[in-house]
Design a protein around this ligand. Structure first.
Ligand code: IMP
Length: 180
């Protein structure tokens, strides 16, 4: 069965928000080049666009892979670490973690705890989307693209069961089965 995709945020609107985030980061990190750590897989397009808008030097780009969803639209609550990074990549350096969506907050919490163990100089969080309605643990988002209601989102790197990541805009998904 086909899923119904409802437009949430157009390409130009995403570009405007990404550019604003890059400007805010550039203001704060002009004197201390950050390492950007993208959370795979959902943040890969967001991170690629964000760094191309950043008009300051950076100290590196790294990736962490964590998963909590399996094939459904509701977080399993179990966060699995699939890929870490070398301590040398972030130790003593300012880190900006780049996430697609903060939902329950469990992935962010796990990723921040992991990064802390690698002794960076600081950790900030940049997220494209915030779904605060389902938060289970407190999360501070230092750089936020936009807050959205509790809907399942796809496109712009974000998937449903590995589909739709390639779509250049953001959509909410309404499964034919009657979900929201
Ligand atoms: P959390 O651990 O519940 O905060 O979930 C964070 C991760 O779950 C995000 O980085 C996404 O990869 C995924 N996620 C959360 N909401 C959605 C959604 O609406 N669509 C697709 N993936 C989502």
């Amino acid at each position: 069965m086909e899923d119904r995709l409802i437009p949430l945020c157009s390409e130009p609107e995403i570009a405007t928000r990404v550019s604003a985030l890059a400007q805010a980061i550039a203001r704060d990190y002009a004197q201390r080049p950050p390492v950007l750590v993208g959370i795979l897989k959902g943040a890969f397009i967001f991170l690629a666009d964000l760094v191309r808008c950043l008009e300051i030097p950076i100290a590196g780009i790294e990736f962490l892979s964590l998963s909590s969803y399996g094939a459904g639209t509701v977080s399993s609550g179990e966060v699995t670490m699939n890929l870490g990074l070398s301590a040398a990549a972030v130790a003593g350096k300012p880190v900006i973690m780049v996430e697609d969506i903060v939902d329950t907050g469990l992935t962010t919490q796990r990723a921040i705890a992991y990064l802390h163990s690698l002794h960076p100089a600081s950790i900030a969080l940049c997220a494209l989307l915030d779904k605060p309605d389902r938060r289970q643990v407190p999360v501070t988002i230092d750089y936020l693209g936009m807050t959205i209601p509790d809907r399942f989102v796809v496109g712009y790197g974000i998937d449903f069961d590995q589909q739709y990541r390639h779509l250049p805009a953001l959509y909410t998904i309404a499964p034919e089965s009657g979900g929201t």
